[in-house]
Design a protein around this ligand. Structure first.
Ligand code: FNR
Length: 383
């Protein structure tokens, strides 16, 4: 077993183990991938202020997210088709998160259903909703999330229309993969992944197949999904969905100060500053550049969460110091899951925790609440 010291180690193993189609689905952004690249490179431009001779005994990364205790402010972001990265991937990721003490968010587009994950976990998880044209379907899935005791609804606002992802189009992305000569040749080299997949019954999109009108298998699902992302989504619908849900609401995909203010009017419990990991509007600001302005605009009135580009505990610390209340990771835990299943997600969380704790200490801070802007050196052109 190789020694895993950083997230990049997990990415390399993941790359070797998982079919190329699903690796590419995870590891690319939309269009030219400028925003995808800047999500990470802009983090690297922020430097840290080293402090010394500050008593660092008794540090803690514990805090809360929308009122829930967390071991560190790093939730697992919703990721579609997680169950194609690793058999029963959503269940494994949820279990790792539960044991670590951080929230897990199940995507609408997951392979395992809400009920599958609820059956294999003991604590409430969060459910992410894509707003679909079919209102009956939406009402039904909200009810299923309530029945499964999901403790927050993460409503994604930045995917009314799917961003153009060239690599997925070229690969003919589908789940399960269509058996063309190139995919078969690639699958032949991924036998560990294949053996695991043979051992699961869950190769369908359990939140949708059998629940949406006319969707009985994976192929009818693809066309239903593409036709059903609701381009009419507006703030009135968001308000209506808040009423329908009745619980904690997190609005994900805010990148603009005006939209952040609109989110306040809706009465969201939190917003997530996010550009969907660079998968939607290419050319948009990196999420870390967008963060300070949004914190200035609404940070004293709503919890501001952050994702897009986090690959280390240092990145988590930078986002928190710029005013985020908490963060999410997407790819960083998918690498772990694809590399080593549940143990890999745990390892990803351990790596990030260790990096966050060490960096806090070397910057002279003992608690998450103690992190502030003055531990950073931010480039002049940053905001
Ligand atoms: C996503 N993301 C996403 N978001 C969402 O609300 N619902 C979803 O189903 C998905 N699916 C999805 C699949 C894959 C493969 C990725 C990489 C991402 C976006 C995700 O929740 C999160 O915003 C980003 O992953 C954050 O960026 P990083 O951490 O991956 O850089």
């Amino acid at each position: 077993m190789p020694v895993i010291t950083e997230i990049e180690d997990l990415r390399r193993i993941y790359h070797r183990r998982v079919p190329r189609m699903f690796y590419d689905y995870c590891e690319t952004g939309s269009w030219t991938q400028q925003t995808f690249r800047e999500n990470t490179s802009d983090f690297a431009d922020i430097r840290l202020r080293q402090r010394v001779a500050v008593d660092m005994e008794g540090r803690s990364t514990a805090t809360t997210m929308v009122g829930e205790d967390v071991a560190m402010p790093v939730a697992l972001a919703p990721v579609g088709m997680t169950g194609m990265q690793c058999a029963d991937g959503e269940i494994k990721a949820a279990r790792a998160a539960e044991k670590f003490g951080v929230p897990y968010t199940l995507s609408t587009m997951s392979i395992c259903s809400i009920e599958d994950v609820a059956e294999h976990t003991t604590k409430p998880f969060w459910f992410q909703l894509y707003v679909m044209r079919d209102e009956e379907y939406v009402a039904n899935i909200i009810q299923r999330a309530k029945d499964a005791k999901c403790s927050a609804l993460v409503l994604t606002l930045d995917l009314q229309i799917l961003g153009q992802r060239h690599r997925d189009l070229k690969n003919g992305l589908s789940a399960p993969p269509k058996l063309t000569i190139p995919t078969m040749m690639n699958l032949a080299t991924k036998w560990g992944w294949g053996l695991e997949m043979l051992g699961t019954k869950r190769r369908q999109f359990g939140n949708i197949v059998g629940h949406a009108k006319g969707v009985t298998d994976a192929s009818s699902l693809m066309s239903w999904t593409h036709e059903n992302f609701d381009p009419r989504l507006n703030w009135d619908r968001v308000k209506a969905l808040k009423e329908q849900w009745g619980g904690k609401l997190i609005l994900k995909g805010i990148l603009d100060e005006e939209d952040a203010r609109r989110a306040l009017d809706v009465g969201a419990d939190a917003i997530v500053v996010s550009n969907h990991g660079g998968r939607q509007l290419d050319g948009a600001l990196s999420a870390i550049r967008a963060l300070p302005g949004i914190v200035r605009a609404v940070g004293d009135q709503v919890e501001v969460h952050f994702d897009s580009g986090i690959r280390s505990g240092q990145d988590v610390l930078k986002a928190l110091a710029l005013g985020a209340r908490a963060t999410y990771i997407g790819r960083a835990y998918i690498y772990g899951l694809g590399a080593m299943g549940e143990a890999g997600v745990t390892r990803a969380l351990e790596v990030i925790h260790k990096e966050l704790d060490t960096t806090m200490a070397l910057c002279g801070r003992k608690t998450i609440e103690g992190l502030s802007r003055d531990i950073l050196l931010v480039p002049d052109d940053f905001e």
